[in-house]
Ligand binder design. Structure first.
Ligand code: AMP
Length: 189
């Protein structure tokens, strides 16, 4: 099964993706984590991406599609994948459809984690404290939230049109969100 976890920064995508990885054996594919790994390794790609990420803007389609492609084509996610933070543009969504269809696979469910802005801000401030991410400043966060609203307005209707968009209330405890997520997957996939 292939799932997309969609939602604003701080919605809990990474947390829920890790739970799904543990419980179902799906592979979490987080473009944000992949980019942060490149930055930590000091690669050329990481250097390019860091400036853009620190400003809260989107990294180019070419870079993120290339990273996802290498994982999908490596067969690392035969049991299924949880795409976390990808796709963020229609070009990314279309590229993902193509690379999966080449393998005879498809996206089964797009879970939209819904969380109100005030709670997102509180969570991001907490994460900045705990993880020290350089894009978790209030200023960069507001740009990321704006970017989210813009790309969500493109990408969500794309999956709505395919009939696979499912909203989940992300304003609950981690355990309750996870239970709702399981219920959606058992019911619809
Ligand atoms: P995330 O960890 O998903 O919040 O991503 C952190 C940052 O990485 C984003 O604010 C973007 O700058 C960049 N990024 C992650 N995924 C993508 C993507 N699919 N498309 C473009 N930029 C991305």
């Amino acid at each position: 099964m292939n799932i997309i976890l969609f939602g604003p920064p701080g919605a809990g995508k990474g947390t829920q993706a890790k739970i799904l990885e543990r419980e179902y054996g799906f592979k979490q594919l987080s473009t944000g984590d992949m980019l942060r790994a490149q930055i930590a390794e000091g690669t050329e790609l990481g250097l390019q991406a860091k400036t853009v990420m620190d400003q809260g803007r989107l990294v180019s389609d070419e870079i993120v599609i290339g990273m996802i492609r290498s994982y999908v084509e490596s067969g690392a996610c035969v049991k299924g994948a949880v795409f976390d933070g990808f796709p963020r543009t229609i070009a990314q969504a279309e590229a993902l459809d193509l690379m999966l269809s080449d393998l005879g696979r498809t996206i089964d469910i797009v879970v939209e984690l819904q969380v109100e802005d005030e709670q997102l801000i509180a969570r991001i401030q907490n994460r900045a404290h705990e993880e020290g991410r350089s894009d978790d400043t209030l200023k960069a966060f507001k740009v990321r939230l704006d970017a989210y609203r813009n790309y969500a307005a493109d990408v969500l209707p794309y999956y709505q049109g395919k009939g696979i968009r499912r909203p989940v209330n992300g304003m609950q405890s981690v355990e309750c969100v996870s239970e709702d997520l399981h219920a959606v997957l058992e019911r619809d996939a």
